[in-house]
Design a protein around this ligand. Structure first.
Ligand SMILES: [Fe+2]
Length: 289
């Protein structure tokens, strides 16, 4: 494990994570973490999905997040990074992440290719199970995707590893994955959630330091409280799904991202920030994507 005085995060792999960050810090220290999700980028600048230019929309949301007076301490991207799973799409994303001025952590969604993520995103491409540190907080990342499937599933090994990580380190913790671990009340997308999400919840139930499970995939804001932690979903940087709709339907709400304020005393403050308007008009007649 390596750390410096100038950066608030340290990084280490699952297999080596027995050390703790004992750096003294004021009790009122806070780290600003931003979550950006479901960018659905393409190889070229003018390709569109549901008649929306996803690069344009992603760039607008990223600029909104980075335009904040307080610099971000880290950026998390929770999957569906590149819709056409093209090398050029990941190259564009890598170029964008190179400008953010903070560490980036990227996990795959059902529209991603792990090999290309690793090639183009380097250290920002997170392993199947991994833990990173932000101040005295632990960020656990899970690859919930299954090859060729839109829905997710965690392996028994992943679930066991999360339990091990949580037993090793009692610091306040966030868990990130792409698909949602509980139903969000929309029948069509609840058929492609994490099939065994209950197993992850059962682990988190046993560890009081878990503050939230944070997902992408649902293209809408979502928040639920389960015991000592929240389950949070976040708008896509492109089109939004209609909350509560039994079938695929788009929502007129604008793209956005999630702010997460991690306090040294373990408190989590979080909210969604949206663009004031779409970068260009949205077509509502789409029946799927
Ligand atoms: Fe998506």
């Amino acid at each position: 494990m390596a750390t410096t005085a100038s950066t608030p995060y340290v990084t280490y792999q699952y297999s080596a994570s027995t050390q703790r960050d004992e750096t003294p810090r004021p009790a009122n220290a806070t780290w600003r973490l931003i979550q950006i999700t479901d960018s659905h980028l393409f190889a070229t600048a003018d390709e569109r999905l549901l008649d929306l230019n996803t690069r344009l929309s992603f760039a607008a949301v990223l600029a909104l997040a980075l335009g904040h007076a307080e610099p971000a301490a880290a950026l998390v991207m929770t999957g569906d990074l590149v819709h056409d799973e093209s090398a050029a799409g990941y190259a564009y994303l890598a170029q964008s992440l190179g400008t953010v001025g903070c560490p980036s952590f990227c996990i795959p969604g059902n529209h991603d290719r792990r090999g290309l993520m690793e090639t183009w995103l380097g250290e920002a491409a997170i392993e199947s199970v991994a833990e990173r540190r932000l101040g005295n907080w632990n960020l656990i990342f899970l690859d919930s995707t299954q090859p060729g499937e839109d829905g997710g599933r965690l392996t028994p090994r992943q679930v066991a590893q999360v339990d091990t990580l949580l037993r090793r380190n009692p610091g306040p913790t966030l868990v990130f994955l792409h698909q949602h671990p509980i139903p969000v009340g929309s029948d069509w997308i609840d058929t492609i959630d994490v099939a065994n999400g209950a197993e992850l919840l059962a682990v988190c139930d046993r560890h009081p330091q878990v503050k939230a499970i944070v997902c992408g995939h649902i293209h809408q804001e979502f928040a639920s409280v389960r015991g000592h932690y929240q389950i949070l979903g976040t708008p896509s940087t492109c089109f939004q799904f209609m909350p509560g709709s039994p079938v695929f339907a788009l929502d007129a709400r604008t793209p956005g991202y999630r702010e997460l304020r991690l306090h040294a005393n373990g408190r989590l403050d979080t909210w969604v920030v949206r663009l004031a308007e779409y970068p260009e008009p949205l077509v509502y007649s789409s029946v799927g994507y």
